[in-house]
Design a protein around this ligand. Structure first.
Ligand code: ZN
Length: 568
């Protein structure tokens, strides 16, 4: 019975969508769960039963698959099967985050991760596997172990009535970070905590206690990550300016504002608090021109609000507290070469025409972070998509190029240089599109598309629909192609480098229950934030979309820029 239904519906679907499905393929595509999985249990995240009719989703509406020729249905079925029943995306992610760790641009771990990715690509038989240099940076920053402890120092009364310091009580371990490329400590640095003086009289009262002290800064005046990073960066800038003015003799110490004056009092460092339990890592201003022999000497840590409250309330009670901070921040003089990792599945008919599927491999490197959801998850999904395609022997008509960008966190550095390079070589015209996965562990739940692109993207992503499932939210993980009037030229990730030059750049809409902001550049960005079922969908969705667009009749249509009519 089933087979006759399948036969008729297959024929119907084939007739309607012009794509010839093989029955075997339909069976392989998991109409019947266990049967399709060859009796193996259906993995979490895989739909137990699949809709009879393949469908696309456009502007949140289920629609028939547009009749545009895509890839070989048998290959699509093998991709789906591999993505559903033998998905290794979590192994890729575990290696990047647990085995290697956070991958700051130019750091040793970043370079190691690129060698590892290239090795995988080579092992899977991909072509033109290369570490392509996009530029150099002046200093390699390798962040070593970082720790911070709070001690309560009290006095004890001796038998003779005298008092002497009692054994300090360790109150808590702080969670902290410094900006990347910022100075650390020379071993554990212990000292009393002194509240930032508000005016000259307060400053005068504590001046003789400042040497070796940690200065507890006022609560940050601005909310959130950007505000705090800006605040910290500004403090570095102000101290650097003060040093320069003193060196030039244009300022005297006593003329400086208190923040700058403290830089000449031999303080151990500065403690700034976040507005919640997250601490955010970014780069110190001027990291790209940093002179390894002249790294700003200031040690400025950012701690959680609860760490601040612990310190501040004790001080407010008139108690004396100390902190011991150890930050093994290493600076290796450059120039340090930096690379994007690139590998290809060559096209069989139009090898010069290319579809790019990508993610940035670099991450921030705050203590505690493993660079998981920004952007280990996107990178692992791309690496796994490549593995799936090579393991099923996909033979696309055009070349599928996988790229793991670098320098994204510092301003799309790797992708901008890459696009410039393609511009110079005239290869931009042959790029159908660049897709970027950089939205955390959520699944590839959609993509924006110009009206002229909707049908091709809907046809390319349709085979994914109905095959993956969110066990917590009890809903399918489908791909919604949403119509937009423009792809724009901006955007917070590497797709923007392509849109800027008129090449379609797509930033996947990542949907799901994960709160991206929790791990975004914070100490919490660890593998426990990953949601495997979402990443299985992302890897498989990218494999299928890449393959289909590489086999499509033409390149994706480009945005027609309205010629700005000269004002009369
Ligand atoms: Zn990112």
């Amino acid at each position: 019975m089933l087979n006759s239904v399948l036969r008729s519906s297959a024929a119907a679907i084939a007739a309607r969508s012009g794509v010839v499905f093989s029955i075997a393929g339909l069976l392989a595509s998991g109409v019947v769960g266990c049967a399709a999985s060859g009796g193996k249990p259906v993995p979490a995240g895989v739909h137990k039963t699949v809709d009879q009719q393949p469908f696309a989703v456009v502007n949140a509406v289920k629609v028939p698959v547009p009749e545009i020729r895509m890839g070989n249905p048998a290959t699509i079925e093998r991709i789906l099967h591999e993505g559903k029943y033998n998905n290794q995306v979590m192994d890729q992610l575990r290696h990047l985050t647990v085995e290697i760790g956070p991958r700051l641009t130019g750091s040793t771990r970043n370079y190691e991760s690129r060698l590892w990715v290239a090795e995988q690509f080579k092992a899977w038989g991909m072509s033109n596997v290369r570490l392509e240099k996009w530029g150099t940076i002046p200093v390699r920053f390798d962040r070593g172990p970082s720790s911070g402890k709070i001690y309560l120092t009290t006095e004890k009364r001796n038998e003779d009535g005298s008092t002497s310091p009692a054994e300090p009580i360790m109150l808590r371990e702080m969670e902290l970070t410094t900006l990347s490329w910022a100075k650390g400590t020379d071993g554990p640095q212990r000292g009393p905590v002194i509240k930032m003086p508000e005016d000259d009289s307060q400053y005068a009262q504590i001046k003789d206690k400042l040497k070796g002290a940690w200065i507890l800064m006022d609560r940050p005046s601005r909310e959130g990550m950007r505000g705090l990073r800006w605040q910290l960066g500004d403090d570095y800038r102000r101290r650097a300016d003060a040093r320069q003015r003193l060196a030039e003799g244009t300022k005297k110490i006593e003329e400086l504002p208190i923040l700058e004056r403290l830089a000449f009092d031999g303080v151990a460092g500065y403690i700034t608090a976040s507005r919640d339990e997250r601490v955010w890592t970014g780069a110190i201003p001027g990291w790209r021109e940093l002179d390894p022999a002249n790294v700003p000497p200031d040690v400025h840590v950012q701690v959680r609000m609860s760490d601040y409250d612990c310190l501040n309330s004790r001080l407010a009670d008139g108690e004396s507290v100390e902190v011991e901070i150890n930050l093994e921040n290493k600076f290796i003089p450059g120039p340090i070469e930096c690379f994007n990792v690139i590998a290809e599945i060559p096209g069989t008919e139009k090898p010069d025409e290319v579809v790019i599927f990508s993610a940035h491999l670099d991450s921030w490197d705050g203590p505690g972070s493993q660079g998981c959801t920004d952007n280990g998850t996107g990178s692992a999904s791309m690496i796994e998509a490549a593995r799936i395609l090579t393991s099923v022997g996909a033979k696309p008509a055009r070349t599928i190029r996988f790229v793991l960008w670098d320098g994204e966190e510092q301003g799309l550095l790797g992708s901008a240089e890459y696009v410039d390079h393609l511009k110079k070589t005239g290869e931009l015209d042959n790029v159908s599109a660049c897709f970027v996965d950089d939205g955390g562990t959520n699944y590839q739940g959609g993509a924006p598309a110009l009206p002229s692109q909707v049908d091709m993207l809907a046809a390319a992503t349709a085979p994914v629909n109905g095959h993956f499932y969110d066990t917590a939210d009890d809903k399918p993980l489908n791909v919604n192609v949403r119509t937009v009037e423009t792809l724009g030229t901006g955007g917070g990730s590497d797709h923007a480098s392509f849109n800027r030059v008129g090449v379609p750049g797509f930033y996947w809409d990542e949907r799901g229950r994960a709160d991206y902001g929790y791990g975004w550049h914070t100490q919490f960005d660890r593998i426990d934030l990953a949601i495997p079922e979402y990443l299985m969908q992302s890897a498989t969705c990218s494999a299928i979309t890449a393959y289909n667009l590489a086999c499509a009749p033409g390149l994706l249509p480009r945005e027609v820029k309205e010629e700005k009519q000269a004002a009369p």
